[in-house]
Design a protein around this ligand. Structure first.
Ligand SMILES: [Zn+2]
Length: 326
């Protein structure tokens, strides 16, 4: 059901910030939201930080009526201006002595949030986590069909935490803040991934990079979306791939719809609205190219998405050197 009213309420109240949410709906209504639903900015959204963002990824037959946290045009402009400023800042800091990185190995700390020691209580096996790291490495190496990016991932720690007050992980809650404040580790280059049952049928959410390290930085992913998990159609690990794309500064492929600078990447054809399931041949904009439904930054099934573009790879590396490099 898209972002549910209670999420909207929390967002409007200014509690949920700096996150983007991936939604798994169990609604059985086949309506694809119009582009206008995503450009409408409900009251309160404009007061959010520029990096506030959310997304919905809806199960077969589901629909998202409204995604109040999708970036507005102004939020995109603000983020692009911040990227340019961060790049200038780094250029001055480097004074030519430190070259930008061309390849990056990202240390990954996985926090498994559990309610108890059962699988239903969040106790997913290490094997799913190592499978997730493999999926990330394949996706970001371009070995599933897309462009090779600069990034690889190295699991450095699995941190199992049993805490009933953090389970399920509720997006935008004080419990989420408490959890991340207690657990987040490493510098801006360290990917902290939180796994658990999530509130409101969400698949995951993430933060965009910022110039200053924030304890909220990281990605939250539904534990059963890991490869071999029980989240039907979303259990090949691409929720992780998608959310980390945001963590590395990518927008959705449908950002901005058919007009303007879209997702700020030139080689992802414009798309009027999110694509769901796997609608081969979908073409919603009159501009060149069919909708990028196989891109990791759309909303299609895991089985449908398998690539980043060269432009996205470049954007991620630029953002890494501007924001996350040491
Ligand atoms: Zn997203």
């Amino acid at each position: 059901m898209g972002l549910r009213p209670n999420l909207l309420t929390r967002r409007t109240a200014g509690v949920a910030t700096s996150t983007l949410a991936l939604l798994l709906s169990t609604a059985a209504v086949g309506v694809v939201p119009a582009a206008s639903a995503f450009s409408a900015a409900p009251a309160g959204v404009c007061a959010e930080p520029a990096d506030a963002h959310a997304d919905a990824r809806v199960a077969k037959g589901g629909h998202a009526k409204l995604d109040p946290n999708h970036l507005t045009a102004k939020q995109v402009r603000d983020r692009e201006a911040d990227l340019a400023a961060a790049q200038r800042e780094r250029a001055n800091f480097r004074t030519g002595a430190v070259a930008p990185l061309a390849t990056v190995t990202i240390p990954v700390v996985v926090h498994v949030i559990q309610e108890n020691s059962t699988r239903a209580g969040g106790n997913i096996p290490d094997s799913l986590i190592t499978q997730q790291i493999s999926v990330l490495n394949q996706a970001y190496a371009g070995s599933t069909g897309g462009a090779a990016t600069a990034f690889s991932f190295q699991l450095t720690k699995i941190n199992r935490v049993t805490n009933t007050s953090w389970y399920p992980i509720v997006q935008g809650s004080s419990a989420e803040r408490s959890m991340k404040t207690s657990l987040r580790t490493g510098g801006k280059n360290t990917l902290n991934m939180y796994l658990g049952e999530l509130s409101d049928g969400l698949l995951g959410w993430a933060t965009f990079p910022k110039r200053t390290l924030d304890k909220m930085d990281g990605v939250v992913v539904l534990n059963e979306s890991l490869p071999g998990g029980s989240a039907t159609n979303y259990n090949q690990g691409d929720t992780g791939t998608h959310e980390i794309g945001h963590w590395l500064n990518l927008y959705h492929t449908f950002q901005g719809g058919c007009s303007g600078s879209g997702d700020s990447v030139s080689d992802t054809p414009a798309e009027a609205s999110p694509a769901y399931q796997c609608p081969t041949g979908r073409d919603t904009c009159s501009t060149t190219g069919k909708d990028p439904i196989t891109n990791f930054m759309d909303y299609t099934y895991d089985s449908c998405m398998y690539q980043f573009t060269a432009g996205q790879a470049s954007r991620m590396l630029t953002a890494w050197n501007a924001y996350r490099a040491a």
